[in-house]
Structures are given as structure tokens and as C-alpha cells.
Design a protein around this ligand. Structure first.
Ligand code: EPZ
Length: 425
């Protein structure tokens, strides 16, 4: 099995460009189902989650031509199935993003019910409530969701009790084909949703309010295939900015909009980190000590839960104590116990992590519990004394393209190592 081995204590420098956003690309790929023909997506990240979404679309009958490492031509003209099978949904719950577009195109969808994942139950009740309001009837049986809009979709006002990213996206992708106008109140405002709405409007949809809590969608008869560039990955960018902050080295991260990381940059500035932003990225430096700060994860534009682990690792080396509160997922502190094995002093009380800064980490063998926790453990390894071996790195490969190669290009002493899986007899 492969692990990531990083030797701490080496200085970073230079510049790194991030890929397109995983959490946009997956939905843009699903949205191609709404526009029969060939949609070309550029700046697509080369990560395993994109490969799985490609398998889902092919299972539905789409044809995908990889035109370059970051360019996909997706032909959905022959799509004839509306079933997302368990073996693919179980691999990646984001496969459920095909539910909205399948209902939009065919008036029905059969989706394997995703299980929970390492960070929480990941329910879908808000997706169902919203789509039912548009006229979709749901049944579930033997672990599958059967959705059908027998009389078609009729626009209405849907108020989400929580600004769920996935529910907002599925609702939008169904409502674009509803009769009449749909208003989503308390909608999610993430930049990836703005990117999805931008592409849908390029396809001929009539959606307003992107990035605000109230999104209005006027249903249209037809959508047309387009070419669209995936927005830069703000979370990958934030991860590399933390790499510079944690090592104290100056580096540049490009390929993203700093305005998409506003709260993260603000919080890190309170921790003594300095940024110089440009239209396409930011330079990071940390001249002095890391200062403690308290963080609450919240829906955008609040502090993103996907940056919680990375910044928590930074607070673990601060001069003082910090309280990190995770409001979005029920179980997103699992990497904290691994960080504790590297010397961090973190106590978990429910949704709060009470972090007492320590002087340094010591390298250790740690297990990546999930995508962002795994990345955070690698960042900790950059400054740990000695060597850190991070295993279960398939989690990291889901959302970071060439994470090791990019860190090496910045000067890190890091490599992927094939180690015998000691569970073999
Ligand atoms: C998206 O997940 C992202 N994934 C997540 O990124 C991200 O952390 C999350 O949004 C929040 O920003 C993708 O885009 C593929 P939610 P999603 O629906 O859509 C509860 C990463 O690391 N909820 O906003 O699943 C849910 O259980 C991943 O890249 C319901 O209760 O997020 C969770 O606690 C991790 N009922 C909270 O809301 C519902 O119907 C946020 O979920 C839907 C959600």
C-alpha cells in the first residue's frame, strides 16, 4: 500500500498553481445531463472523485473523451438510463448530484441511497423535501431512492431549513426544467454553486441570485451544451496557504480567487499570518509566532468546514489556546487524535476542539481519516521533528491532484512510498 512520507524541517518557497475545484467539477459534470450533446469542461482536476463521476455518467450512457489532463468532452446525447448504481454511489456520495439533472431531463431518477461517511451521517432529507415541493414523488426500497415527477415539475418557493450545498444544487438542476418559476430561499452561497449557475445560464437557463440566499430559477424547455472552465479550488489553495503559514516560509499560490477564501484569510491574519492578494492568487508569509484564535465553521461566507482541519493544525502550534467549533458535520475532528500522536494537545468536547498550542510536533506514523484531515496531517509533517508516515492516502487522492508533487515543487522533502501491507500474512 502507498503512504506519504514527509521529513520535517525543510523550508518551502516558490509558487504553486491549484487545480479546478473538486466541489464544482463534480456538479458541472452532473449538469451536462441536462444538455444533450457535447459539453466541454476545462480546468477539471485530475482526481479520483472526478474519475468516479465519469464512471457514473458512462453508466448512464454518456460518452467521455479525455482531451487533455484537465479537459473533458462529455457527450450526453445518448443517455438513456436514470439509475445511479450502489457500487458507484457507495464509492462517492457526490454521485447523488446526478439526481436533480436526471429528474430535470427524464422526470425520474433511481439513486442508491448513500451511506454515511467518516465525517457524518450526510442525510438527504433537504434534497427530498425540496424536490417533493416541485412535484417529485419519492419511494425507497432495498437501499435505492425512486424519484418520479409523474405530472412533470412545477416551480414553487422552497425554503431550506439549512443552506445545504448539495440540496441547493440538486434543486437548481431540477428546477431549470420545471414549468414556471422556482425560488429557493436560504440557499447555499458557496462559490462552487455560483460556478454551476454560471454554466447553467451559459446553457440557456434563467437563474438569478447566485451567491445570495435567494435564488430564482425560471424553468426553460431546453438547455444547450457549452464549453466551461471550472472555477479554481479555494480549498486546495487554502491548504497550500496553510503550508506556508505553518512552516513560516513565504510562498505563492495561484489559480484561485482570494475573495473565495475571505474568512479563512481573515482568521489566519488574526493568527499572525500575512497575505498579499492578487486577482489570481495570494502570497503568504508569517514573520512572527503563530497566535491563537477561535474558529466556528459555518455555511459560506462563514469559515468553511473544509478548511477546519488544516487551520486546526496551525492553531496546535500557536502561542496559547484556541477553540475550534465544527458546526457543519457531526464528526469532523477524527484527525485530531492522529495529530495528538504527533504531540498536539487537543481535547474534543462535543462539537468543540480545545487546542493548547505546543512548541512543535514530532514525526509519527498516522492514518488519514478523511480527505481534509489527511491533508492536515501532511501539513503537520512538514514541520514535525523527523519523519511522518501518513497512510490511507486514497482519501487525499480523492480531492488533491498531485499533492506530493506540488509540495515537492515547493521544496518539501516528501514522497509516496510503497510499503508492504503488514496485515498480509
Ligand atoms: C458539500 O457537501 C461538499 N462536498 C463538502 O466537501 C463540504 O464540506 C460541504 O458541501 C459543506 O460545504 C461536495 O461538494 C462534493 P451539505 P454536502 O449538504 O453537499 C447536513 C470535501 O471535503 N444535511 O451542505 O454534502 C449534512 O449532514 C467535502 O470536499 C442534512 O442534514 O454538504 C451536513 O451535516 C466534505 N440534510 C450539513 O448538512 C440534507 O438533506 C452540510 O451538508 C443535506 C445536508
Amino acid at each position: 500500500m502507498e503512504i506519504i512520507r514527509v521529513e520535517g524541517g525543510h523550508h518551502l518557497g516558490g509558487s504553486v498553481e491549484v487545480a479546478g475545484a473538486k466541489n464544482s467539477a463534480l456538479k458541472l459534470m452532473a449538469a451536462t445531463l441536462l444538455a444533450p450533446g457535447v459539453t466541454v469542461l476545462t480546468n477539471v482536476p485530475n482526481i479520483s472523485d472526478v474519475h468516479i463521476m465519469g464512471k457514473v455518467l458512462k453508466h448512464l450512457g454518456a460518452k467521455i473523451e479525455v482531451r487533455g489532463v484537465h479537459e473533458l468532452a462529455i457527450d450526453t446525447s445518448e443517455v438513456s438510463s436514470w439509475e445511479a448504481p450502489y457500487e458507484l454511489v457507495a464509492k462517492m456520495r457526490a454521485s447523488t448530484a446526478v439526481m436533480g439533472p436526471l429528474i430535470g431531463r427524464f422526470g425520474r431518477a433511481v439513486i442508491a441511497m448513500p451511506g454515511g461517511c467518516n465525517i457524518g451521517a450526510r442525510k438527504m432529507d433537504l434534497h427530498f423535501l425540496g424536490l417533493e415541493a416541485l412535484g417529485v414523488h419519492f419511494d425507497n426500497d432495498h437501499g435505492y431512492i425512486y424519484a418520479e415527477a409523474a405530472d412533470g415539475l412545477v416551480g414553487t418557493t422552497v425554503t431550506l431549513s439549512f443552506p445545504s450545498v448539495g440540496a441547493t444544487e440538486n434543486l437548481i438542476m431540477a428546477a431549470v426544467r420545471a414549468r414556471g418559476t422556482t425560488v429557493i430561499d436560504n440557499a447555499a452561497r458557496e462559490p462552487e454553486i455560483v460556478d454551476l449557475i454560471r454554466m447553467l445560464n451559459e446553457m440557456g437557463a434563467k437563474i438569478s441570485g447566485a451567491g445570495t440566499p435567494v435564488i430564482e430559477i425560471q424553468g426553460v424547455e431546453e438547455l444547450y451544451p457549452v464549453e466551461h472552465r471550472v472555477v479554481g479550488d479555494r480549498i486546495e489553495a487554502g491548504t497550500f496557504l496553510v503550508a506556508g503559514a505553518i512552516t513560516g516560509d513565504e510562498l505563492e499560490v495561484t489559480g484561485f480567487a482570494p475573495s473565495h477564501l475571505g474568512m479563512v484569510l481573515k482568521k489566519m491574519e488574526l493568527m499572525g499570518v500575512q497575505f498579499e492578494t492578487t486577482g489570481n492568487g495570494a502570497r503568504v508569509r508569517r514573520p512572527g509566532k503563530i497566535l491563537p484564535t477561535d474558529i466556528q465553521t459555518l455555511p459560506y461566507p462563514g469559515f468553511p468546514t473544509d478548511m477546519q482541519a488544516q487551520v486546526l493544525a496551525l492553531t496546535a502550534l500557536a502561542q496559547g489556546s484556541s477553540v475550534i467549533t465544527e458546526n457543519i458535520f457531526e464528526n469532523r475532528f477524527m484527525f485530531a487524535s492522529e495529530l495528538g500522536r504527533m504531540g498536539a494537545d487537543i481535547r474534543i468536547e462535543g462539537h468543540h476542539a480545545l487546542v493548547r498550542g505546543v512548541d512543535g510536533f514530532s514525526g509519527a506514523q498516522v492514518v488519514s481519516p478523511d480527505l481534509r484531515g489527511g491533508a492536515a496531517l501532511v501539513l503537520a509533517g512538514l514541520v514535525a521533528e523527523g519523519e511522518t508516515d501518513v497512510s490511507a492516502i486514497h482519501h487525499i487522492d480523492r480531492g488533491y491532484e498531485n499533492f506530493v508533487g506540488k509540495l515537492r515543487s515547493l521544496g518539501a522533502h516528501i514522497e509516496r512510498v510503497d510499503v508492504a501491507d503488514d496485515t498480509d500474512f
